[in-house]
Design a protein around this ligand. Structure first.
Ligand SMILES: Nc1nc2c(ncn2[C@@H]2O[C@H](COP(=O)(O)OP(=O)(O)OP(=O)(O)O)[C@@H](O)[C@H]2O)c(=O)[nH]1
Ligand SMILES: [Ca+2]
Length: 487
């Protein structure tokens, strides 16, 4: 007769249940311990006070992961109405007030309990550099006005200053590489090409010896050393370079005392606009020409290309230069081209073409009559529309003739506006640097990502459980028939 294993059963059930509960508790603790607590975000605000306009960027990042690369993202951006802060040189007290709408928006978007700890930085670029050269007192007053205004907000005000061209280039490079997660990958970095209204920047890792110390900048980020080439060309942003080009074209005609007609190959046939000298030549980038003139378009791309080449000075004391006696090593690797590089090439549908195709398409575009274009693009600002032929030709000339991109390396240029949700530009890199959010050495990272860790814990727990049951069954099994109890 088989006898039930009378004393074992309840104990075994209790022990098994206890072990099961223990494992569940263990897993639950591990999950809770490692789960990022209900995500808490921190915020930072950077105002990009550019020559043509000001933008306010709000960045956010998980509070507990400040030093992990790729964590900071753009949450919101706001374009300040009107022109850039340098346009307030005559009425500096109004510069601060112009930021009101966007700063009020920032106050609404960032949760109240984070306001006090949210840093606010304002960086002014080429427009203010030019104003400082032209009228130092006015530039100081404008900066004071924006400073006083920003201090009226509950955020942590961290300063308003004119950043250098070198900073502008280097922080643009940090932004695009941070957003592309290149600092953690072994794949290398990409160069940064920024075309503003008043200046343009080129920054990349060249791997070559730098012949001029001014163009060299070093960073140590996440345990890697980066030796960058960077240069910012003041007056070679797309608005100022148009003035340079008009100046070069108008100069030979200045002896005609009145009624100067400027026949410009970079504007469309049928474009015929009277322009005042103040609107064109009131800038330290050009000589003060005091004649009004009629700007008449011809739409001849080849001539436009030739005219634009004249805005560059090609003397060079180094082994090689881009232009204006500025040393530049050969371009290397991929590039992200943003700001006006993107606006212009995107409008012209040239972003995915090779260099020869781009030139051909531009030739046809430049030759299109002004009336046809206005009809085709009724919602595009006339100022922008009128200038795309010039700007597109300038971009191609600058990249090919001066920076030395070739048919082959042209395809290494990516015209970009955003990476993920964040805009390409110097502001993110500037904030990351000032908040020390990119450490010099790579932070210790857990062996496993969170999801992998939890899965592994679960599998191990289940295995232990299964082994336990198997062990129990194995030891409980009667060996042969000896377990028969004979009464
Ligand atoms: N076509 C077009 N042009 C734009 C647009 N937004 C800005 N621009 C122009 O593109 C040029 C570059 O713009 P930004 O990169 O904002 O220049 P910025 O920062 O004001 O100027 P910098 O101080 O030199 O950097 C300027 O001439 C702007 O007027 C746009 O949406 N479309
Ligand atoms: Ca800019």
């Amino acid at each position: 007769m088989k006898v039930k294993n009378s004393w074992h059963r309840p104990q075994i059930i209790v022990v098994t249940a206890l072990i099961a509960v223990g494992i569940i508790i263990m897993v639950a603790i591990a999950v809770v311990q490692h789960k990022p607590l209900h995500q808490k975000y921190k915020y930072g605000i950077v105002l990009d006070a550019g020559s043509s306009h000001t933008s306010v960027y709000i960045y956010e990042w998980p509070a507990e992961k400040e030093n992990n690369t790729g964590m900071v993202q753009q949450k919101h951006s706001c374009n300040v109405k009107g022109k850039g802060i340098s346009s307030y040189s005559g009425t500096p007290h109004k510069a601060g007030e112009s930021l009101k709408d966007c700063m009020d928006e920032a106050k609404k978007i960032i949760p109240n309990h984070r306001h006090r700890e949210t840093p606010v930085y304002l960086g002014a670029t080429a427009g203010m550099r030019l104003l400082k050269m032209d009228n130092y007192t006015a530039s100081e007053k404008v900066l004071k006005s924006v400073e006083t205004f920003l201090q009226t907000y509950p955020f942590s005000y961290e300063g308003a200053r004119i950043i250098s061209g070198q900073e502008e280039g280097a922080f643009g490079w940090i932004t695009v590489n941070y957003l592309s997660d290149n600092f953690r990958k072994a794949s290398g970095t990409m160069g940064a090409l920024d075309l503003g209204g008043a200046s343009t920047q080129i920054t990349f890792v060249s791997g070559q010896e730098m012949e001029s110390p001014d163009n060299s900048i070093d960073f140590r980020l996440y345990g890697n050393d980066y030796h960058l080439y960077t240069h910012s060309f003041l007056c070679y942003g797309k608005d100022q370079v148009l003035k340079l080009s008009l100046e070069k074209q108008i100069e030979p005609k200045l002896d005609m005392t009145d009624n100067i007609i400027l026949e410009d190959p970079c504007f469309h046939p049928g474009y015929n606009v009277n322009k005042s000298f103040q609107s064109v030549f009131d800038s330290p980038c050009v000589k003060k020409i005091t004649s009004n003139f009629t700007h008449k378009g011809l739409g001849e791309w080849n001539k436009c290309h030739k005219a634009i080449k004249k805005v560059f000075n090609t003397t060079c004391i180094y082994s090689r230069c881009s232009f204006n006696n500025i040393f530049q090593p050969p371009v290397k690797g991929g590039f992200g081209a943003f700001s006006a590089y993107f606006f212009v090439m995107n409008f012209l549908n040239l972003t995915n073409l090779n260099l020869d195709e781009a030139k051909k398409r531009l030739e046809t575009y430049c030759n299109t009559s002004w009336d046809t274009l206005k009809e085709k693009h009724p919602s595009v600002k006339e100022k922008y529309l009128a200038e795309y032929c010039f700007s597109g030709t300038y971009i191609i000339t600058l990249l090919e003739d001066r920076y030395n991109f070739t048919n082959k390396t042209w395809n290494n240029i990516n015209f970009i506006k955003k990476i993920g949700d964040s805009e390409a530009g110097w502001t993110l890199g500037y904030m990351l640097n000032l908040t020390n959010m990119i450490p010099a050495e790579a932070p210790e990272t857990p062996l496993l990502p969170y999801g992998g860790y939890v899965t592994l814990m679960l599998i191990l727990s289940l295995l232990i459980f299964v082994f336990f049951i198997l062990g129990y069954i194995f030891f409980r099994r009667p060996s042969g028939s000896t377990h028969k109890v004979i009464i």
